[in-house]
Design a binder for this molecule. Structure first.
Ligand code: FMN
Length: 185
């Protein structure tokens, strides 16, 4: 085995590249977040790791709210754009990314109209962990368009997966295997 350097963190990728949105004081935030993970079933909580350098960081921190927008692979260009330009440098990042801004269903924040699924979250806790902070959010509303039953239908849903250094990909439906699972939650 070869020792890995500072890129070791990428051993746990690919991960889902999502769009996180928020709003505060008349400004909307939109950024790409691949460091997103579920952290509790009941109550339902989803955490995101966001660098304080991001414009969106201040918006999420001030509003105490964010939405995780799940995008399909056809929106990979928009996800790339949202992840490479700052809201500090463009007036309207939604239109810069070719996306539609929609009001949240429960929270007073912007969400992405083209999203296949949205998790609206209220920040419960912020944890400083290093060069990113972890926002732990309680899911207050979650909704999907289709392709989802109790999980994504991998026959028709194409997730946006991110490896690193600009490499995006999606799944090969032929690689999907279904196993019986014990009822452990
Ligand atoms: C695929 C991808 C994944 C990213 N994941 C994260 C992430 O998990 N956390 C983070 O803070 N930044 C992440 N970024 C970087 C931000 O999305 C990027 O710096 C963005 O331009 C910040 O926008 P803002 O300044 O408008 O908030 C990612 C970028 C890309 C391209």
């Amino acid at each position: 085995m070869r020792t890995v350097g500072v890129d070791q963190i990428r051993l746990v990728q690919p991960s889902l590249a999502t769009l996180v949105s928020s709003s505060f004081g008349g400004r909307d935030a939109l950024l790409t977040v691949a460091w997103v993970m579920p952290v509790s079933y009941v109550p339902s909580k989803v955490a995101i790791a966001v660098s304080p350098e991001r414009f969106s960081y201040g918006v999420i921190d001030s509003s105490g709210m964010y939405a995780v927008n799940i995008m399909e692979y056809e929106y990979v260009d928009a996800v790339y754009r949202a992840g490479t330009v700052s809201g500090r440098d463009v007036e309207d990042k939604f239109s810069y990314c070719g996306l539609t801004r929609k009001p949240g269903r429960t929270l007073p924040i912007a969400v992405v109209g083209e999203a296949l699924g949205v998790l609206e979250c209220r920040v419960e806790k912020k944890v400083s962990v290093g060069d990113h902070d972890l926002f732990i959010g309680v899911v207050v509303d979650a909704y999907v368009k289709d392709k989802y039953t109790t999980h994504w239908d991998l026959g028709s849903y194409r997730p946006i997966l991110y490896i690193s250094e600009g490499h995006f990909h999606t799944i090969d439906p032929g690689s999907v295997k279904k196993y019986e699972m014990p009822q452990t939650g």
